[in-house]
Design a protein around this ligand. Structure first.
Ligand code: AMP
Length: 135
């Protein structure tokens, strides 16, 4: 079985502040939070990223993100919440075990997610055509 630091948390080999657990998922506080209450939701069955997650976990994760997100938002008194997932090193993934970030947001908390850059002429249509062609 492939191991990660999150597998160790699942097996209670290293400590974590676990806030939720069921047979398929575990959620615990991020050790280096963007904001207080920043939580990671992790499928227990090992997969490197979203594209390796099994159908059962993929079906379940949407509802869990809603329930957990609502609880984090309420308990932290947050005004909003970002849900993010980094898939692949180039996307900023540091821990190679699929996980979703839930980050509570507060007025003027200083966290900037990303900045956009405009398409060149005709590029937007070409890009959309490429994606449509793969679906
Ligand atoms: P990512 O860059 O999407 O792979 O995010 C990995 C996250 O895991 C980072 O935000 C880390 O702070 C967090 N992290 C790493 N080790 C631990 C740990 N032992 N307990 C809690 N969070 C961790």
């Amino acid at each position: 079985m492939t191991e990660s630091v999150f597998s160790k948390i699942i097996k209670r080999e290293i400590p974590a502040e676990i806030v939720y657990e069921d047979e398929d998922f575990i959620a615990f506080l991020d050790i280096n939070p963007i904001n207080i209450g920043h939580t990671l939701l992790v499928p227990k069955k090992f997969s490197t990223d979203l594209f390796e997650m099994n159908t059962n976990d993929l079906e379940k994760v949407g509802l869990l993100l809603k329930i957990l997100g609502e609880s984090i938002k309420k308990s932290m008194g947050a005004k909003g919440l970002n849900i993010a997932m980094n898939n692949g090193k180039v996307a900023g993934q540091e821990v190679p075990h699929a996980h979703f970030h839930l980050v509570p947001r507060f007025e003027n908390d200083g966290y900037k997610l990303w900045s956009g850059k405009p398409y060149k002429k005709d590029e937007m249509k070409e890009v959309a055509n490429k994606i449509r062609g793969e679906i």
